[in-house]
Design a protein around this ligand. Structure first.
Ligand code: HEC
Ligand code: HEC
Ligand code: HEC
Ligand code: HEC
Length: 380
């Protein structure tokens, strides 16, 4: 036999073997025995998914009334190692089970009525700004209610780039910056909460803390290198570089010295500031403090209510089209939804280019908001 034909024949036999054992169509082609499925569910799945198809703990999805073909696809992707759980573990749902048993168990769950919700359709109003405002109450004593501080030595956060606020807050915890004692509170904030706070402060109008001093021009000769990164007059478009214009003068003085003296650990800033005398630092601080502050150029993420309309184009009733099997999200476990969206965003759950490139999903706060919304809806 011709070598190529032989190779092709071997490949075809191999593929046929695969689809016999593992192929995507095989499970759904098997006959369904609901009673037998109930027994398998009892023995192998209920400890986590319940007999009513409601996940018994956070992170475990509800399976009741889910699109059957989607569930089949999901167990097969675990079985083939294409999908791992949110901690990167391979799920062994199929271990020790025949295909027929697995098919029956999945069919059993899909046949159940949806998990009942105490309340009917809940309207979730998730506003980044309002959440941030509520969460920022403990910050107000020092940073001011709207982020315009009136306390000497405390930085203004109003109008600051949110990406910078988030990064700066982190650096008090990872030890890059010495943490002011009251910042211990920041430790208990989730990433999503911190984003909401940052968005709140960023969207507030920044106000000057010092009026133009007669001697402010004295700093001009030292700042030509600074404006490359911090923007002309100390306000720029690079969201990771803080705006300096109109910042609290005492704070600028302290902070410039702490980079210079390596108290605040930052290579770039240390290089930019080393060799400056205290008197020169004061001139630079005065210069930036008296410049008019500008609002950050950051645009807040799309609102949850507007996003949901787009998601529901595919998700509202689920989609049984075999080319794009789409699970129902209403009434799903909140923590599980957060995990699922996070893994799409971070590229750890393949098969969904749409979810991973969606810039709306870049924010933890957006993922939290969407999970809060969907978990509160009545399952259908
Ligand atoms: C030890 C606990 C445990 C057992 C036992 C278990 N599961 Fe799961 N299952 C999970 C967890 C946790 C997830 C979510 C994993 C992730 O984040 O992807 C999951 C996910 C699933 C999914 C994906 C749902 C979706 O919305 O994408 C299906 C389908 C599923 N399990 C079916 C089963 C079946 C059928 C059985 C029994 C044969 C079973 N599982 C046994 C814990 C379990
Ligand atoms: C008791 C006063 C106080 C409270 C309350 C406080 N901070 Fe601060 N914060 C400071 C001081 C002082 C600094 C400057 C520390 C330094 O020198 O690095 C600072 C710095 C910061 C910075 C860095 C800003 C920059 O320009 O680099 C961020 C971000 C921040 N705080 C966020 C918060 C948030 C969010 C809260 C509330 C959850 C909060 N702070 C509560 C006093 C406070
Ligand atoms: C190469 C880019 C770059 C240059 C040049 C630069 N900076 Fe910075 N600067 C940064 C970055 C990035 C940060 C944030 C560092 C951090 O996370 O602590 C920063 C932080 C600061 C801060 C702290 C602001 C705050 O809110 O805590 C001050 C003040 C500052 N720079 C002043 C200056 C001055 C003055 C110069 C010129 C002598 C200068 N910088 C030059 C990039 C630069
Ligand atoms: C174009 C159709 C489409 C749109 C629009 C869409 N999705 Fe999806 N979604 C899918 C498909 C298909 C899957 C199944 C992918 C898979 O098998 O991993 C999915 C899966 C999911 C899952 C996993 C659920 C589970 O049980 O594991 C979540 C969560 C999710 N989408 C959330 C969203 C959110 C939130 C939006 C809006 C921001 C959205 N999707 C928009 C098609 C869509």
């Amino acid at each position: 036999m011709n070598k190529h034909i032989f190779a092709l024949a071997t490949l075809l036999i191999f593929l046929a073997g695969c689809s016999e054992k593992h192929g995507p169509q095989d499970l759904s082609k098997l006959p369904l025995d609901l009673e037998a499925g109930k027994v398998v569910a009892q023995n192998s799945c209920a400890i986590c998914h319940g007999m009513d198809g409601k996940g018994v703990a956070d992170n475990i999805p509800n399976l009741a009334a889910q699109i059957e073909a989607y569930l089949i696809k999901a167990v097969q992707s675990y079985d083939h190692g294409k999908r791992v759980d949110s901690s990167g573990n391979v799920m062994n749902v199929a271990e020790g089970l025949t295909h027929q048993q697995l098919r029956n168990a999945v069919g059993y769950y899909a046949s159940l009525p949806p998990v009942a919700k105490a309340q009917s359709k809940v309207k979730v109003e998730y506003s980044y700004y309002e959440r941030g405002k509520a969460l920022s109450k403990p910050c107000a004593a020092c940073h001011g209610k709207d982020g315009n501080t009136t306390v000497a030595g405390v930085p203004r956060l109003a109008g600051q780039h949110p990406q910078y606020i988030i990064k700066a807050a982190k650096s008090y915890h990872d030890g890059t910056r010495t943490m002011p004692s009251m910042h211990a509170k920041l430790d208990s904030l989730s990433a999503a909460d911190m984003e909401n706070i940052a968005i709140y402060f960023a969207l507030n109008e920044p106000k000057s803390t010092s009026s133009k001093a007669v001697n402010s021009h004295e700093g001009t000769q030292f700042i030509s290198s600074c404006v490359k990164c911090h923007g002309p007059s100390g306000s720029g478009d690079d969201l990771s570089v803080p705006n300096l214009a109109g910042q609290n003068v005492q704070y600028l003085n302290t902070v410039i010295k702490s980079y210079r003296d390596n108290v605040r650990d930052h290579k770039v800033m240390h290089q930019a500031l080393s060799g400056l005398k205290d008197s020169e630092v004061n001139k630079i601080a005065t210069y930036f403090a008296t410049e008019l502050p500008a609002q950050t150029s950051f645009a807040p993420p799309e609102t949850i209510n507007s996003l949901v309309q787009k998601c529901d184009l595919c998700h509202s009733a689920g989609n049984t089209n075999p080319d794009m099997l789409t699970p129902k999200l209403n009434g799903q476990n909140r923590a599980y939804l957060v995990n699922a969206m996070t893994t799409y965003r971070d590229g750890d759950r393949g098969n969904s280019a749409m979810h991973s490139i969606s810039s709306a999903m870049l924010f933890d706060a957006t993922i939290e908001g969407l999970a809060e919304y969907y978990s509160a809806q009545e399952a259908k």
